[in-house]
Design a protein around this ligand. Structure first.
Ligand SMILES: Cc1cc2nc3c(=O)[nH]c(=O)nc-3n(C[C@H](O)[C@H](O)[C@H](O)COP(=O)(O)OP(=O)(O)OC[C@H]3O[C@@H](n4cnc5c(N)ncnc54)[C@H](O)[C@@H]3O)c2cc1C
Length: 507
């Protein structure tokens, strides 16, 4: 977990690499408070950094504000997996791909639930964005692009990431930001949360209020870009907007939904409710909520055919454990109580099955189970159920039916891989928690990323990009590989390239 302490360490390491000036070297607007910037960017993360870089390249005067003590936002945490079609790398490898094919795949995987207008913009911009990053020094992993990992696969090899995930991207962006800051056109203020938007009598956005060192500062700008990320570190907002509890503490600590609040304060509205989807789960550090991530369990049947069964709190199975589609497994988990399930097995299975947790031995699992938190063990199924919080009768019934299916070769859920019965204690259960780390609900924008009001009218001078738009806009009620990081980078870049600067801005 990246906490404030590690963020400060990161600041120091970026500074030592010459990638970031120290706070003491930051220059506050030399033009003074009353002279407007061309662009004020709220958030120096995945979307905000490219916006600043490209607006500065066109000669724009930019103020980049971040609530955190370091630039980079979620790139510090993200696996940084990107999807892009029609790239130079693909062409050099003879991969025939296009933005149209990327679009079709996103709509297929999301079962038509993503926003086609926003997806169109994202896939059209993704190829040039990846080309730019690679030209600037990003090195995808050997063998990339690939068709997928962790989510439903694309129909073509268009999925890439660097050796250090999101940090590989951040290193490139930080170098480019430094080059632009050397030209004197970008002012960077860290530890400066934006608290309000300034609006003219005519309704146009003309600046922001931000806190710094306990003092409120006013910054004037012709355009404001909300690039402040999502709300995955704000459990109250998560529950309010999505209707589910935030179970995992794994998002960037400054992803608090500030941009959504700011947009609403000037007439913007939110969309993407009811688009929540859980991942197929992981093992958390303890039984609290939200809790840190402890480990994964290999539930992809093509990587490790399941020996165990999966049951919900009622002790019922809810999906065929060897269901090949991760999307179908995720949809099956969503309606289960608290999106939680237990992986149940016995001692014979533990001894015979391939290990399910990377780098864990069988003895590690026995030791964890002795602590009876998240991992459990008991000599009977009923005692196991009581310790784990599963309905005992339900579990006993389910195991009986499962064992009958193993004996007859006909599983009630149609499971094909039936290597052994669960029949001999001690018995084990591992609690798996479904969770999401990207925010689904976000600020409504038009096809030019202008923040719109409920009538569809743009709010003059206000744009939004990145997770502040809601992950569901580019991925729907599904997980489509790379469709958060790449759109955030692409939309920031596009706005930096196209937003009116100087006197044009008022036009
Ligand atoms: C663990 C993890 C893994 C992920 N892996 C992938 C992946 O492989 N592929 C993928 O597509 N997506 C992935 N995602 C999602 C993706 O990384 C994010 O959606 C994306 O990086 C968000 O970019 P952003 O610019 O919107 O926000 P951020 O990059 O978070 O930037 C927002 C910035 O705004 C700042 N800020 C917030 N509030 C304020 C305020 N009031 N004033 C000033 N500044 C403020 C924050 O400090 C932050 O620096 C992952 C997410 C997580 C958490």
């Amino acid at each position: 977990m990246l906490n404030r302490r590690t963020l400060l360490t990161t600041t120091a390491s970026l500074a030592s690499l010459g990638l970031l000036r120290s706070a003491a070297a930051e220059r506050v607007a030399s033009t003074g408070r009353n002279t407007a910037y061309d662009l004020i960017i709220v958030g120096a993360g995945t979307a905000g950094l490219p916006a600043a870089i490209f607006a500065s390249r066109r000669g724009g005067r930019v103020l980049l504000l971040d609530a955190a003590p370091v630039i980079g936002g979620t790139l510090h945490f993200s696996t940084g997996q990107m999807s892009a079609a029609g790239t130079r790398l693909q062409r050099s490898l003879g991969i025939d791909d296009s933005a149209d094919a990327h679009f079709d795949d996103v709509m297929r995987i999301s079962q038509g639930s993503a926003n086609p207008e926003i997806v169109r913009l994202a896939v059209d911009q993704a190829g040039p964005t990846l080309d730019w990053l690679m030209e600037a020094g990003l090195e995808p992993m050997p063998g990339h692009p690939v068709m997928g990992l962790g989510h439903e696969f694309y129909s073509q090899r268009r999925y890439y990431w660097g050796a250090n995930g999101g940090r590989s991207i951040l290193e490139v962006l930080a170098r480019q930001l430094e080059a632009e800051r050397a030209n004197g056109r970008i002012d960077l203020l860290l530890d400066s949360p934006v608290t309000a938007l300034l609006r003219s009598d005519a309704g146009a956005i003309e600046g922001v209020r931000a806190m710094r060192g306990g003092t409120e500062q006013v910054h004037r700008g012709r355009q404001v870009l909300l690039a402040s990320g999502g709300y995955a570190s704000n459990p109250a907002m998560w529950e309010e907007l999505d209707g589910y509890r935030q179970h995992i503490d794994a998002a960037y600590p400054f992803s608090r939904g500030d941009g959504l609040r700011l947009a609403r304060s000037v007439g913007g509205y939110l969309r993407g409710r009811s688009m929540y989807l859980t991942s197929f789960g992981a093992i958390l550090a303890d039984e609290s909520s939200p809790a840190a991530l402890r480990a994964g369990f290999e539930t992809w049947p093509d990587r490790r055919a399941p020996w165990e069964i999966y049951v919900n709190a009622r002790g019922e199975r809810f999906v065929r454990e060897d269901e090949p589609s991760v999307h179908q497994r995720e949809l099956a988990l969503l309606p289960q109580p608290e999106q939680r399930f237990w992986i149940v097995f016995d001692e014979r299975m533990l001894a015979a099955a391939p290990p399910g947790i990377k780098d864990w031995t069988r003895e590690d699992i026995r030791e964890a189970a002795a602590a009876q938190s998240v991992f459990y063990t008991a000599d009977s199924l009923a005692a196991l159920a009581r310790r784990a919080g599963i309905d005992a009768q339900g579990l006993e019934y389910t195991v009986r039916r499962y064992n009958e299916g193993v004996a007859s070769g006909r599983d009630p859920w149609g499971r094909k891989h039936l290597p052994a019965q669960i029949a001999q204690g001690p018995y084990y259960a591992i609690r798996m928690q479904g969770f999401a780390i990207t925010s689904n609900v976000g600020i409504a924008v038009d096809a030019r990323l202008r923040v719109i009001d409920i009538r569809g009218e743009p709010i003059p001078g206000l744009h939004a990009a990145g997770e502040a738009l809601g992950h569901s806009q580019t991925s729907g009620k599904a997980y489509v590989g790379g469709m958060s990081v790449t759109p955030a980078l692409s939309f920031g870049r596009l706005l930096g390239q196209t937003l009116p600067l100087g006197q044009q801005a008022g036009a």
